[in-house]
Ligand binder design. Structure first.
Ligand code: FAD
Length: 394
């Protein structure tokens, strides 16, 4: 069996693994990314694509650590999209230059003055009636509307921009085939039926799949948690781009709507927020009925043409927190010669890569393998995952 040596093996090709692959290759490391399904196929292409700068996490009027550690992500992503950032994402598509927060009724004085405060200057703007997006321009709209200057991305195009330059380093493997050779010093090799791979560090970016990898690797800490969501989609034929969170004084949006282009000139309104978090025990039919009723109540003037509803369950995979709370930042931790990581948000992928590069530096892991390690055609290359609305509606 062929043995190849590389500096870093990255397990998992969602946003975290692909961003990291690009960054480490840029730093001169030799690296291989192994993926068991389609690239971005679990959480990343099912995310709403919002590159948060933290304001959404300040809905109770307080900028938490979540809001501060994420604050410079929008400008880092924007620089990449404009082709002048740490990575070149100039081929990725922006779905919206901003997203909005709206309240059904007028917001209380506390929130209104918080949104106008110095802390949020330049991040949140009140929107005057003549500048409202179409869904909120109806005369019956009585609430407040704020614009958050944070982009919303078409995630499959981001995944493509990150994967395309490095196809040769991204390999598809079978989850059941992965075996680690373990010694007291840590992992000595990763063994596949066709190939044995020795690396200086083995890095998990496998989202929910990290839990099984931790078992294979015999690592007890860190542990993983799942936060389940029941997302709703309505596929329709109205060109009504809407990117907005409905807020009502709680710490979470009642619903978050993003709009995505679908095949055959159609569109999808993708619905998350508290609707998805609180609906996890409902059947798909109940959840779709609840969502339809909510949208009718919140935006009664909106008539989507030929709407078809569907829902699905998905877990957010994150490092374990006390009482299933939402982690505040990206997470990377060393365990022997492995690094276990979760970005916790799409937006935090750059921060996760920074953390991993720092860990490599602290452990004096320098590029050692030849940067031209070639993997012969023994393993296929994975495809990019399709958005869920292309597979769930017939
Ligand atoms: P994933 O995207 O899940 O990728 C993990 C990859 O690892 C998969 O391709 C999987 O096939 C592969 N894999 C699994 N096991 C193995 C193995 N053993 N070996 C090799 N590969 C393996 N964040 C935001 O910032 N903005 C948003 O708007 C947003 N919306 C969201 C909406 C939803 C519905 C969800 C679920 C999440 C959302 N998030 C959002 C969070 C964000 O999507 C995730 O934090 C992020 O995508 C996680 O990326 P990842 O690369 O760690 O995991």
């Amino acid at each position: 069996m062929q043995t190849i040596k590389t500096d870093l093996v990255i397990l998992g090709g969602g946003i975290a693994g692909l961003w990291l692959l690009n960054r480490v290759l840029q730093q001169g490391y030799d690296a291989l990314l192994l993926e068991t399904a389609d690239l971005g196929g679990a959480q990343s292409v099912r995310s709403q694509g919002i590159i948060h700068g933290g304001t959404k996490y300040a809905l109770n009027g307080v900028l938490t650590q979540a809001s501060s550690s994420i604050a410079d992500m929008p400008s880092r992503w924007r620089a990449c999209i404009e082709g002048c950032g740490e990575l070149d994402l100039s081929s990725a598509k922006i779905l919206s230059e901003a997203h909005y927060m709206w309240s059904k009724a007028s917001l209380g004085a506390k929130m209104t003055s918080f949104f106008a405060s110095k802390a949020l200057k330049g991040r949140v703007d009140a929107v005057s009636p003549d500048q409202r997006p179409e869904a909120f321009s109806h005369p019956d709209f009585r609430g407040n509307l704020y614009r958050l200057n944070e982009i919303v991305l078409d995630v499959p195009t981001v995944i493509d921009a990150l994967a395309r330059p490095h196809t040769q380093r991204i390999l598809k493997i079978n989850a059941n085939d992965i075996q680690f050779e373990l010694a007291d010093s840590g992992v000595t090799a990763l063994q596949l039926p066709q190939l044995r791979i020795e690396a200086q560090r083995y890095i998990t970016t496998a989202g929910e799949g990290t839990e099984a990898l931790l078992q294979h690797l015999n690592i007890q800490q860190p542990q993983m948690q799942r936060r389940p969501l029941h997302m709703v989609m309505v596929r329709h034929q109205s060109d009504l781009p809407t990117f907005a969170h409905c807020i009502s004084g709680g710490s979470k949006p009642v619903v978050t709507i993003t709009t995505h282009p679908a095949s055959h000139g159609e569109y999808v309104w993708y619905l998350g927020g508290d609707l998805a978090e609180s609906g996890i025990k409902l059947s798909s039919e109940q959840q779709c009925q609840k969502a339809e009723k909510l949208i009718r109540e919140l935006l009664p003037w909106v008539e989507l043409k030929n709407p078809r509803w569907a829902s699905f369950h998905i877990n957010r995979a994150e490092p374990k927190q006390s009482s299933l709370t939402r982690p505040d930042s990206a997470f990377a931790q060393t365990a022997g010669n492995c690094i276990i990581s979760w970005p916790t948000k799409l937006a935090l992928a750059p921060d996760l890569s920074d953390q991993i590069l720092t860990l490599l530096d602290e452990q004096h892991i320098a590029p050692a393998s030849k940067a031209d390690t070639l993997v012969t055609g023994q393993l296929p290359h994975p495809d990019i995952a399709q958005p869920v609305w292309e597979t769930m509606f017939c």
